[in-house]
Ligand binder design. Structure first.
Ligand code: FAD
Length: 482
């Protein structure tokens, strides 16, 4: 009965408005899902409310933040390190508006790249806000208010996330900002307060510290980067403090008030109950992100969400309606672009009748500060909790020849392997270029490698990757260079 009714509706619509797959949201989850669906021969459309494609990641997330991290590091090194290395550079000046233009140029080039990929793969780009109005129908409201109805056999929700705030804090993207505002300051804030010691807060803190701000990070917990292996988060905190970033741990922000063009931040130390007030030029609220579900009409469609507003799915990414799928930041799991991309590919393949799958045990996480932090698999704390016996091998970058000649000796590699089988269970690194180096571990873990497999693999000399080989040797207590 349902089938006949749907087919009748499909026949009554213009073919240009009927699709095999409609994806809502063109972030890394959505646009990748659309491309894979098209590659698999399905007629595909992607609805996006933003002017440009690429979602949070390309527009206000991964890409602009990495651009500023890279450029601010050049500035910092030219200013603070070049002279001591024999490169005499005088009068190094910052031109912030030029730096921002360079960032915007990179963002534009990449968002246009997605447009090109849509054209190449014959994907229909529908501009406007998508809402699910029946099991096979997406209504798109254009900016002018005009509504268009599209039909699809399958709908994929990839509407991503927005910055979260606290009830008592009003983000105005001028003085009290989210990460979006902090990516576009038009002058260097003298005093920058960051609420939240997660990866977004610390990347932003690094950028503005290098450019000249006095940065204070307020974190509710007694450590930074919740969920990270404690050895790494302790070392990371030590290094960031050495770089001059101030930390207020165990501290709860009780209010943030705008006074003229400044902000007053009140906080209480949860251990000592001591109260403190900090005056800031800008306050960045970086306490996390929340799923973007408000305009999707989920309640009327009876699509279930959990207590954190994330869309509930089964193992095949199906929501409570079997032909409606959800991926990326809008479902549970780490809010990361590459996780969303993997899910996008898996869902397209599942819709096409293939065996799409994501291995959640092998999702790397990288923080692009200097030094970088990269982790994958289980932490030491998780394994203890799960009563799994393990052995650890550690190797410091101080003993790695490439790191030494490059004057980048902070940090270490930590490999955790199963005590009996030697299978790699988790790898946690802080140091130069570890964001790229983690790919070696991801492949090793996908193939179920042991630490000995890595220890017996020839690594080029002199490279930072030799620190991974040495840490693998250290699991068996036989590192060569330490
Ligand atoms: P999004 O990228 O959020 O895309 C969703 C899209 O859907 C948006 O463009 C939105 O406009 C659109 N949309 C929403 N609702 C509708 C609707 N009803 N109709 C039409 N369109 C709609 N991750 C990393 O892996 N590495 C990093 O280095 C990294 N850095 C980050 C730095 C910052 C400052 C931030 C904020 C995030 C960062 N992230 C990073 C996280 C990453 O950006 C997200 O995990 C990723 O973008 C999620 O992809 P997504 O496709 O699920 O959603």
């Amino acid at each position: 009965m349902f089938r006949r009714t749907t087919q009748a509706v499909f026949r009554s619509l213009k073919m240009s408005k009927v699709f095999d797959v409609i994806v809502i949201g063109a972030g890394p989850g959505g646009y990748v899902c659309a491309i894979r669906s098209a590659q698999l021969g399905m007629k595909t459309a992607c609805v996006e409310s933003r002017k440009t494609l690429g979602g949070t990641c390309l527009n206000v997330g991964c890409i602009p933040s990495k651009s500023l991290l890279n450029l601010s590091e050049y500035y910092y090194k030219a200013q603070k390190e070049f002279n001591s290395l024999g490169i005499e550079a005088e009068n190094i000046k910052l031109n912030l508006s030029k730096m921002m233009k360079n960032k915007n140029k990179s963002v534009l080039a990449l968002t246009r790249g997605v447009e090109y990929l849509f054209k190449k793969n014959k994907i229909t780009h529908i501009k406007g806000v998508g809402s699910i109005t029946s099991q096979n129908e997406v209504t798109v409201t254009e900016q002018s208010g005009k509504k268009n109805i599209y039909q699809a056999k399958n709908i994929v929700i990839s509407s991503g996330s927005n910055p979260a705030s606290l009830p008592e804090i009003k983000i105005d993207e001028n003085v009290i900002v989210s990460s979006t505002g902090a990516l576009s300051f038009d002058s260097i804030p003298k005093e920058l307060v960051i609420i939240g010691g997660g990866y977004i807060g610390l990347e932003m803190g690094s950028i503005w510290k290098r450019l000249g701000s006095n940065v204070t990070v307020i974190e509710f917990l007694d450590h930074i980067i919740p969920g990270m292996d404690h050895d790494i988060s302790k070392e990371f905190l030590k290094i960031l403090k050495k770089q001059g970033i101030n930390f207020k741990l165990n501290s709860k922000v009780t209010s943030v008030n705008k006074v003229k063009e400044q902000a007053v931040v009140d906080l209480t130390n949860s251990k000592t109950s001591e109260r403190e007030r900090i005056q800031a030029d800008k306050v960045l609220v970086a306490i996390g992100r929340k799923p973007n579900i408000d305009l999707l009409n989920l309640k009327k469609m009876n699509i279930k969400i959990d207590h954190q507003d994330r869309i509930q799915i089964d193992k095949k990414f199906q929501t409570s309606k079997k032909n409606i799928f959800a991926i990326g930041d809008v479902i549970a799991g780490p809010m990361l672009a590459h996780k969303a991309e993997e899910e996008g590919i898996a869902v397209a393949e599942i819709i096409a009748g293939q065996a799409g799958h994501v291995n959640y045990d092998v999702i790397p996480g990288v923080i692009y500060t200097s030094p970088e932090v990269a982790t994958i698999g289980k932490t030491e704390e998780q394994l203890k909790k799960e009563n799994i016996k393990f052995k650890i091998g550690k190797f410091p970058f101080l003993a790695n020849s490439r790191a030494k000649v490059n004057n980048e000796t902070e940090g270490f590699v930590k490999i955790i392997a199963d005590e009996k089988t030697d299978k790699i269970l988790g790898v946690h690194m802080i140091g130069p270029h570890v964001g790229n180096m983690i790919a070696e571990i991801a492949i090793a873990m996908e193939f179920g490698a042991s630490s000995e497999d890595i220890a017996r693999t020839c690594h080029a000399h002199p490279t930072h990757t030799e620190a991974i080989k040495e840490a693998a040797l250290a699991v068996d207590k036989r590192p060569i260079h330490f």
